[in-house]
Write a protein that binds this ligand. Sequence first.
Ligand code: AGP
Length: 607
Amino acid sequence: MCGIFAYHGQQQALPLLVEGLRRLEYRGYDSTGVALANGNEVVRFRTVGKVGNLHTVLPSDHPATKGIAHTRWATHGGVTEANTHPHASFDGEVQLVHNGIIENFRQLKAQLSAAGITCTSETDSEVLAHHVALGLKEGRSPEEAVAAVLNKARGTWGLCVMFNAHDALVCARHGSPLIIGKGDGEMFVSSDPHPLASHTNRVIYLEDGDLATITSDGVRVSRLGGQEVEANVTVLDNDWGESELGDSPHFMHKEIHEQPDALRHCIAGRVERTLGKGHLGGMKLTHETIVQTPHVKLLGCGTSFHAAEIGQMLIENMARIPSVAHISSEYRSNEPVINPKALHLAISQSGETADTIAAIKEIHLKGGQAFGVVNVVGSTIARLCGQGVYIHSGPEQSVASTKAFTNMVAALTIFATQLGRTGNLSRNEGRAIMEGLQQAPHLMEAYFDNPGPIDEAVDLLCNAKSVLFLGRGLSAPVAKEGALKLMEIAYIPCLAYPAGEMKHGPIALLEEGSPVVVIAPNDHVKAKTLSAIHECRARGARIILIHEKGDVIAEEGDVSIAVPAIHPLLTPLLTVVPLQLMAYRAAVKLGRDVDRPRNLAKSVTVE
Ligand code: AGP
């Protein structure tokens, strides 16, 4: 996915565009570009690489008060300057930035060839710019010209178009987020709300099929079919949290250490200790609804899927309601049976993950209901579900998800007690869980005060051909999460496997000195996990052991890292933290771009 930022107002556009791109860079950072319009002169600057490279091609100053900008995550076409947005039309009359995929771009390109127009890039987006320019030549207005090509296009877009000979910017949204910020005598366009917060708190979330015509005085929103619609202004919640790096070396470091406070924000006001349960305002379910619930399905991708797997176990353990976690992309592809009485939880930090959005639409299509478990307020998944819970992690900008994971787990724990206490979960059991949850931030801070031999673990990991992560029960998804972190930011090949399953195959990978990370908190499966440790050690493996402080199992590790004791159902909140730190320090040691790892983006808004 990509980041779009645009400005139309009274201020110099250039610095606003660059700052907007900087705040959107986590959405993609293969290449970046800016186009500025000053009267009837339009200039364009593009470069491969991150937003920080733009200064090599940008002027130090420019009088233009209107412009569009883009930071790219490549989908069609390599990482080259020619493929960098903004794309210009054949006659220079149109500049366009686009986030999404135009599935029928080859047909649209063939129509251009027939008209004698040749594309200069490998991208799908460029064809839109040329078609808009053709529409202008046919006498259409800017919005008519944009609507004309979008009525022919198939796929997804969040786009913004600037014109040489017209004042307005024209934006459109279908499947990729686009938000308009309303200032005083100035207007902003952004792929998400982060960059707008420093300019305005009045925003308009464009819906799929919307077209918006923007001048410095305001905006007119219409449907692709032409009819004008109400531009609903939402007031952004300004205490979204600090999105600046501050004195942290990386966003990932900042966000790992923000977890205790993020947890507090997630839990605040959601615990009813005397009743031994939690409550999520956005997921009020009547007793009748809960007892009639045939099953719960939890959907997510990547880290969010790992949180979903933990949620599944917690709900079955506490509420005894059949639950299943699904990878969003697989769920929709496998013709799921949707029971309208079932509960579906769509879990997503960004709230913009295309695979999860597609799964929700499939559920709605078949009469199902979905609740969002989301971090970004007003995101597509939050609005598509229309119900659910915000996890209140604050802005998470490092591509590697950390504080969102622990907050997702906390929110799902609260939900599981909410369900459980209408059935089998006793008040005392529920109260113990809630008290443990409220303790978790303090215990996390205690761990940060004494993180243990992380660097020794990193030494074993950095020299490894591959790393095996093992866990059992609630620790199995934690093992997957640890493996994902190490893969995505340190680029070390990893395999995460349920500890009990390792002997059915992956044990063949082990040779003298192979590092194996084992998560073994003091829960009901610890003894079995210990057997797996012995099986690995018998084959020469070096064990990096995550265990509960004071547990004699520490002797079983070559490198043993202790986390504070916590309720057995809450162990993922603590056992994941050393894994995050190990991945972070390994990436730093290997000189990786920690917050912007290669080939990745923070939110994948393409399927
Ligand atoms: C996690 O570190 C990754 N960045 C990635 O797996 C991420 O969790 C996944 O893309 C889902 O994103 P979402 O939570 O925004 O839906």
